[in-house]
Design a protein around this ligand. Structure first.
Ligand SMILES: Cc1cc2nc3c(=O)[nH]c(=O)nc-3n(C[C@H](O)[C@H](O)[C@H](O)COP(=O)(O)OP(=O)(O)OC[C@H]3O[C@@H](n4cnc5c(N)ncnc54)[C@H](O)[C@@H]3O)c2cc1C
Length: 333
């Protein structure tokens, strides 16, 4: 969509796998995350950009998939409550916090004896977003529902060719599938498995609740997630995953629930938790865009803008996302 906005001609080859990371993402964007509850990396740039981008996509595509709304995180102790009272008035935090409650406020739905914070976040209905884009690309005859066979890609000095399509460049944004690539190996993507459950709730939650797990609307159900599993990478759901999620759900929420589905996906993470962008070593027309990790919804708008700008000659992107930081990949070739 960034390239179309620049007036470029594109064609997308996509074989939407059932368990692609995007298809399984709850779509949450939350500027204050992690165990230490700090602002997420580059929040001051990434959040204004995502707010603007998804709204403009809704206008452009004429459909609805972006739901900014507060996320409620209950406190678990008086100490945490005190800490947040202090943090919430700091200039760099103020923009992201809607309100701090020091007494139970949503106690009829969650366990919040010490109150909690309302963070300015929300969620993207990722599947609707992708469906809208797919339909738009189809209407432009710019979409091929097909496996891209890289063995059939011809790379010349000044162009690439795939079947009847000749183009200046190809962008590989294939998530964890890049690990199976024979021609473009070595990109240091580390799959991080995530399991989720989808539940029916006894009553409508007033907000997105998030502590240990999140509870986010998912069609007529709610999605509860997610686990983080870097070692056991079986491509299936597990009993342990379900137990962990239900345990955390019970600790968070008081509303009765019924599990309807369980699901899994692999997030494309990187060793330093930063995206990976730039030319594949020694190929000036093969571009990698990957490593969106656990936060694709927040990071993609900002970094796709940097990528599109760079591709059209608008300058370099920031070094900490440049693929060239992985020296081993470059020295090998
Ligand atoms: C359980 C779970 C929950 C998550 N929750 C969140 C969340 O709440 N918020 C958030 O920001 N992020 C979340 N994420 C992370 C998020 O999903 C990723 O950051 C993001 O979706 C990565 O997008 P991507 O396009 O790089 O990769 P992918 O979504 O994996 O997309 C790659 C696509 O390329 C296609 N492809 C690959 N090879 C080929 C080929 N040869 N030919 C044709 N097509 C091909 C695949 O089919 C796939 O559709 C979650 C992830 C998981 C697994």
């Amino acid at each position: 969509m960034r390239l179309l906005a620049q007036g470029k001609r594109i064609v997308v080859f996509d074989d939407p796998q059932n368990n692609s990371s995007s298809a399984k993402a709850a779509g949450l964007f939350n500027p204050i995350t992690g165990k230490l509850l700090t602002r997420t990396w580059m929040a001051d740039k990434v959040f204004p950009e995502l707010m603007h981008f998804y709204r403009s996509m809704e206008d452009w595509l004429g459909s609805r998939f972006f739901y900014p709304q507060p996320i409620y995180r209950p406190f678990i102790s008086v100490e945490e409550q005190n800490e947040w009272m202090g943090l919430s008035v700091q200039v760099n935090m103020k923009n992201y916090i809607e309100q701090v409650f020091t007494t139970s406020t949503y106690g009829h739905q969650v366990h919040d004896p010490y109150g909690g914070i309302l963070v300015k976040g929300g969620y993207l209905d990722v599947n609707s977003f992708i469906d809208s884009i797919r339909n738009h690309l189809m209407s432009l005859q710019a979409y091929q529902l097909a496996v891209f066979e890289e063995s059939e890609l011809k790379i010349d000095e000044s162009y690439v060719q795939y079947h009847q399509y000749k183009a200046a460049k190809i962008i590989l944004c294939t998530g964890t599938s890049i690990l199976n690539s024979r021609s473009f190996g070595g990109v240091p993507i580390r799959p991080l498995k995530g399991e989720t459950i989808s539940i029916q709730l006894g009553e409508q939650p007033e907000l997105i609740f998030n502590r240990g797990v999140y509870v986010v609307p998912w069609g007529s159900l709610f999605k509860v997630g997610a686990t983080y599993e870097a070692r056991n990478l079986s491509d299936t759901i597990t009993q342990e995953g379900r137990q962990e999620l239900e345990q955390k759900l019970i600790e968070l929420m008081k509303i009765s629930y019924q599990v309807e589905e369980q699901d899994w996906g692999f997030r494309p993470t990187t060793p330093d938790r930063r995206p990976i962008m730039g030319y594949y070593p020694e190929l000036k027309n093969v571009v990698i865009f990957n490593g969106l990790g656990t936060k694709g919804v927040s990071l993609a708008p900002y970094f796709s803008a940097q990528l599109a700008n760079w591709l059209s000659g608008g300058g370099e992107f920031q070094p900490d996302v440049n693929i060239s930081r992985f020296k081993s990949l470059f020295s090998k070739s």
